[in-house]
Design a protein around this ligand. Sequence first.
Ligand SMILES: Cc1cc2nc3c(=O)[nH]c(=O)nc-3n(C[C@H](O)[C@H](O)[C@H](O)COP(=O)(O)OP(=O)(O)OC[C@H]3O[C@@H](n4cnc5c(N)ncnc54)[C@H](O)[C@@H]3O)c2cc1C
Ligand SMILES: Cc1cc2nc3c(=O)[nH]c(=O)nc-3n(C[C@H](O)[C@H](O)[C@H](O)COP(=O)(O)O)c2cc1C
Length: 598
Amino acid sequence: MASLPLLPNSAPFRPEEITALNGVITKSTPEQRAWLSGFLAGFQAAAGGTPAAAAPQAPTKKVPLLILFATESGNAESLAAQTRKAAQKLGFAAKVSDVADISLADAAKAENLLIIVSTWGEGDPPQRATDFYKGLLAEDAPRFEKTRFSVLALGDRAYVNFCQTGHEIDDRLAALGATRFAPLVECDVDFATPATAWIKSTLDTLQKETADDEGAVIHVDFARGPAAEPADEDAEPLYTRNTPFAAEITELVNLNGTGSSAETWHTELSIEGSGLIHAPGDALGIVPVNDPALVDEILNITGLTGDALVREALSEAQDITTLTRPQVEAYAKLTDSAELRALAADADALKNWLPGRQVIDLLEAAPTKLDAATLTSLLRPLPGRLYSIASSAKAAEDEVHLLISAVRYETHGRRRSGVASVDIAERRKKGGSLKVYLKPNPHFRLPADPDRAVIMIGPGTGVAPFRAFCQEREATGAGGKNWLFFGNRHFTHDFLYQLEWQDWKKSGLLTRIDTAFSRDQREKIYVQHRIWEQRKDLYSWIEDGAAIYVCGDANAMAKDVNHALIRVIADQAGIDETAAAAKLDIIRRDGRYLRDVY
Ligand SMILES: Cc1cc2nc3c(=O)[nH]c(=O)nc-3n(C[C@H](O)[C@H](O)[C@H](O)COP(=O)(O)OP(=O)(O)OC[C@H]3O[C@@H](n4cnc5c(N)ncnc54)[C@H](O)[C@@H]3O)c2cc1C
Ligand SMILES: Cc1cc2nc3c(=O)[nH]c(=O)nc-3n(C[C@H](O)[C@H](O)[C@H](O)COP(=O)(O)O)c2cc1C
């Protein structure tokens, strides 16, 4: 490589500044230099100055593009990074930000905006996107008159409110005066192909539409901190759902005692030789394998028992349980059943029919012989399942521990089994293996300050990451206090990792532990009740700077705990619940109220 020109000693800077600038320039990448030259040109223009006497290069013309993402489990974030990479290759000055890190006023300044947003809960935005979402829908939201935009909506067709948040944001931006230059694209769980197509087509369109735009530097101020730039955007994950690592199962124990109605499997996996590096708060993805008995039933009913290839696809590649509206509509067209066709044509009837039903119920409703291609095209790809890592690499080294609750229930007269959890509970054995990949969660981390106190609220399997947190704090000798709220059904059968918590209580690592065993007395007691009972001490921990972590059930628990925290703050601070909710919001924005709920 030819050596880079350096600032001469005659440059209009002091000698130490010339040395410092030359140090930065020689270590910079071509992209950093292009950015810097654009920045300096913009700076000069904004300052109203004349161009420097010996400006070495003309600034590169770049069209600004803001890529926002709203994510819970990281899919939208990684697609945003992918979009930025593609945009930069096309010459855009692309910037990525979590919607949590940008004010609406700054977002409204963007001329070109791509938004990638997932839907959670029951049609809710991801937690960290709540402020942005509420602000956008509020009456006093800023106008987006200058903005061209397009939305990529992530979701799962198995949910009634499919891609709802994406649609709401798309509609609202248009109502606020923004120009939708490309239509919203909905993505189901297999989002890679449609998302890549959206990235390509939106950038192509934008390139054409902005061909005559003046190149500019993006003038977006990230009021709430720096934009979330991926540490190394070129780093590809080592393993993924489709390229997993085969981890040996070194231990598999049901932690629930005899007599328990639950089964929660402590699972130890060896990741030796994988190169996987994880931190407390991360999850491990598992590539599930379908129940062979259900695979047989489906092959029987469709007349495909002799087809080894389709059997293999049904075992590991296709989702043979989840049933969605488009699948009913597609299958109805393949059958002679007038009833099924009528059901598929009646949106309300279908909405009532679907809950609790699976693919097998659809096939049984109108048994029909299918060819292999038709059957596999009816089915969605089988998504991986995530499990919070329950161990710290500092303590468990080459092992990863998981805590997996077996999902079993009955609907419409059929016993149903969770695909991954029951596969592990019933068919996996110590010495066997599981295909895994890492799902980092940079938004659920222990405080950077080892002396900061933490309050961990984790009933059921929600306790898993807190075992990793405690192992980590023990291994690093962190001085901060640790308080655990744990809940489950019965003390005698369901106190997961009981001895470990008790040992940590004895050693002093665990400053406090409060438990709620819901079915040990007549009235149900849950963690939110303990939170309320301990309100005085809890509030004083929060006021002293403790970080609050919540993990586990998203539907009931996380909402009840959130309300309990609001009540505690209202009661102790002597304010009403609206003011207390606002205070909790500030704590959340400070990064001291973190949730990992599912
Ligand atoms: C970030 C994250 C971390 C997680 N961590 C953990 C963890 O540490 N431990 C853990 O056990 N799980 C954890 N989960 C949940 C886990 O990923 C799986 O969703 C869970 O194990 C079920 O998967 P499965 O394949 O066994 O069941 P599936 O085959 O996916 O079946 C589950 C589905 O069955 C249906 N269903 C369940 N019960 C009923 C019922 N009573 N009536 C009607 N329908 C019902 C629901 O549609 C449900 O979505 C986590 C999830 C996420 C997103
Ligand atoms: C607990 C839970 C609730 C969800 N709720 C919805 C929903 O209501 N509507 C929807 O379309 N998708 C829903 N999804 C699917 C997610 O939107 C989908 O997995 C998406 O790819 C996640 O993207 P993210 O990782 O960027 O958050 C839900 C997923 C989970 C695990």
